[in-house]
Design a protein around this ligand. Sequence first.
Ligand SMILES: [Zn+2]
Length: 83
Amino acid sequence: MIKLLLLALLGFVVYSFFSGLLLRSGKSRRPLNRTNQGETMVEDPQCGTYLPQSDAIKANFHGREYYFCSKECLKKFKDAQGH
Ligand SMILES: [Zn+2]
């Protein structure tokens, strides 16, 4: 009877170990700051979208670099800056 209990426990441990692994690998498929190619992701300060740096529109305000997903966002941000 105790053997059966241990077996059930072992089965549970193995099951949670593998389901934990699956969960983790599922999450790591889409890392927050990197694309699959390892490219740097930048945040559009206007709409909060993350996009690859090479796809972003770069602009300078007050000596700082900003990246935008579209010209619309760049324009809106520019207007909000009062320039
Ligand atoms: Zn945007």
